[in-house]
Every structure is written in structure tokens, then in C-alpha cells.
Ligand binder design. Sequence first.
Ligand code: GLN
Length: 482
Amino acid sequence: MFSFSSIKDYQANLLNGQTSCVEAVSFYLEQIKKNSHLNAFLEVYEKEAISRAIEIDAEIASVHALGKMHGVVVALKDVLCYKDHKASAASKILENHTAIYNATAVQKLLVEGAIIIGRNNCDEFAMGSSNENSAFGNVLNAKNNSCVPGGSSGGSAVAVQAGLCMVSLGSDTGGSVRQPADFCGIVGLKPGYGKISRYGLIAYASSFDQIGVFANNINDAALTLEVIAGADDYDSTVSNEPVKSFSSLLKDDTEKKYKIAYFTEAIEHPSLDPEIAGSLRAFVDKLIEDGHTVEPLHFDLLDYVVPTYYILTTAEASSNLSRFDGIKYGYAAKDNFTDLTEFYKKTRSYGFGKEVKRRIMLGTFVLSAGYYDAYFTKAQQVRKILADRTAEIFKNYDALIMPTVPSPAFCFGEKTNDPIEMFLADIYTVFANLVGIPSISLPLFLHSNGMPFGMQVMAAREDELSLLHLSKRIMQLAGKGQ
Ligand code: GLN
């Protein structure tokens, strides 16, 4: 029977004829069927994935050379455009919308030989932390079906967690890759802002959005990043730095000793589950035993990050989502309107879910003439201070560690009536998006309630390589052999 441990081993098996892409795809299609109750996929490209596998198998037989993602079975969060396939952002307003071009990240995967197996369920327009905001139903955590998988990229996380694909792409505006990775016990990588083109990524908050990767191990995440990163004529915010060959540069380096910081306020935060705090403290001791320097830092701005994030992202969202008006894209109200305003109202009232409406209203409010300076301008100022303070920290340290989420995966319905509580749980993840640094959630721990949880590691802007190196070291130290 087909089994998967890493892209490298899989591709070696392809080359020596021990397996084939058709075998791999057939296996995943079977697994997806068996696990359909998890609701991780909104659509599975069954026939197409098989024909592409046949094509790619033929290629290997004729040229004996592999593209970097040759035969790799990938799932895409339903916010990424894949030409001639639906892209709905898990929203009724885009339910029947078909992408007319490939997102740059998707295009790069295809060029390197990846096989796209389907599109994943998520929170509507990537807004949420539990996947309870999808217009197409909840995604279940494969470890415990009464627990949320996290959000907003819940379907993509569960697709990797439950072995329904090899790697998947999500998007991370304030933690939507790292938080579900934490809840599902897998690796979730959010590169620095501007590492991967956002062209073809349905926008939530453009100055925060980044495509991210879910994987079973660091090498697979590194390889996928290397393939999808890099300058793009269609997105001027992408860095022009040449993309490093992360996968070949990643070494098992036990010699290098890192200088690591953590925020006292983060470890001592009243919202943090004591067991998570205890595991992190114990891991700090382990890092010190391994010869690294780990130092506490005071960071008195931690309680400002969630309000700053929600003011700025809702402002950007209110502007980004104004394009969904029933004329340019997607659903359009058919009757019961007499003028254009009423048409917009009918379209948007029906098309958007409750959370998206909440955020559009919040964003419109913080941008409104009377409140702009009090909220939007203030939040921009805080963002600038956060960025400056962070740059200072990385002058002296290689990395920053933090919990990923204050608690392990919670139950369905537990936080839906209290949006503020839901928002506050983003305290540890939104920081990296506010300041644009790369960050990863590593699946290190198991809670006494049986659910996994991770640790977050961050590095300086543009330093994904150190982040990946240290992550590998940490996984080895934790006995999670990589
Ligand atoms: N949970 C956060 C939010 O709801 C993060 C979302 C995201 O990263 N897309 O905004």
C-alpha cells in the first residue's frame, strides 16, 4: 500500500519505480472519500488529478528527470485561483465563481510538476479562527471530531493532518496557517511579508496576507516555499531578493548555537493555558542544555497587538470586499429591488455571512471621517512602533519563540457567541503579520486533553533560512526526527 513520509523519499521511489504518481493519487482519492465527514474539501478534482498523474508518470519514463514538485499531491485553500476551477473563498457570494487565471503560487507549483487534488474548505474570506465561518459547513479536527481544526485555513490543515494530500497551501493574515497547524499537530509556515506573490490570492487584508504552507516536516515545507516564492511582475510587494534553495541548503547542523529571545509577557499572559506555558518553559531549558542562549525580554506592547490587528485588517477588508457588489463578481440579487443601492444591499446581505459583515462594518467604522484618526491612524502608529521594536530585537537575536495559541483546539460552538474571546486568542500569531516577519508553528507537544499543540518560532525579515534551520534543530531536539 502507498505510504508517504516525505517528498524526497516519495520522489526517490518514483525514480526507482517503486511507486507511481497514479498510485499516489489513487491512494489520496481513496483517503479523501473515507474521510469525507471531515469536510476538508469543497471539491475534489478526481478525474483531472488521475489524468495529470498519468501524464507525469509518462514524463518520468521518458526524461528521467523530475521537476522540484514532480508528482507531489497538493491541496489548495479555496482562496487561491486555479484557472478554470471554482474559487469561492467559502462564501455564497462567490459560490459559482470560476477563476480565469492561475495564482502565481499555483502556476509555479504546476510548472514544477505538482498535482492539484482539490480545493479546501476554510472560513469565509479567510476570516476566523475555527472554520465555523464557512458558508459550506464546519471542518472537523481529525484528532477529535468534536474539536475545531482552527482557522481560517482549517480544511488545508486537516487535509495534511489526516493524510489526504502531501502538502497544502493556506493563507495567513493573522495566524490562519500557524493556528490550525497548532490545533492539528502539523508544521505550518508563514513566510515573511513579500516572500510569495499574492497575485491570485483572494484578498482579505492586503498588507498582512501571505500564502503559507502546511506540511508533515520542515524539509517539505522548505521545498514548497522555495518553489512558490520569488519576485513577480503581478505583485510589486514581493521582494526582489533571489530565492534561496532552502531545501538543499537545509543541513542537520548541531554545531550552530542560536541566540533566542522570548517575551516574558507572552509566557506569563493570563490567557495562556498553564500546561502550554509549562511545556514551553521546559523546552527553553532543553534549548539551553543544547548550548543555545535563550533570554527573556520585556515587551509591554503585547496587549496592543490584537486591537491593532483587528482595526487595520477590518479597514483593509472593508475596502477589498467592496468589489463584491453583484456586478463585477459572483452572486447577484435577481429580484425585489428598485434601484442600484437596493440591488447592492440585497446582493451583499444574502451573499456575505455574519462574520464577514461584522468585519466590513467594523472596518467602515474605523475608516469613517469622524473616527479615522482615533482608530486607523493610531493603529498605524502602533504598527510602526511594533515594527521598529522588532527590528531592534533581531539586531541581537536570531529568533523569537512564543506559544502559537493560548489554548489547544476548543469545541465547536464554544467561542462563537463571544467574538472578542475568539479575537483575543490570536494574540500570539498576529504579531508576525503586523511586523511582516517569517514565522512557523512546530508540532512539538501533546496536551493532557489528548490534543496536540505547537511552539511558534520567528526570525528576522527575509531570514526564512535561519528560521527553517532552527526549526529542524528544534524538531530533532524534541525527538520529532526530521
Ligand atoms: N484568526 C484571524 C482572523 O480571524 C486570522 C485570519 C487569517 O489569518 N486569515 O482574522
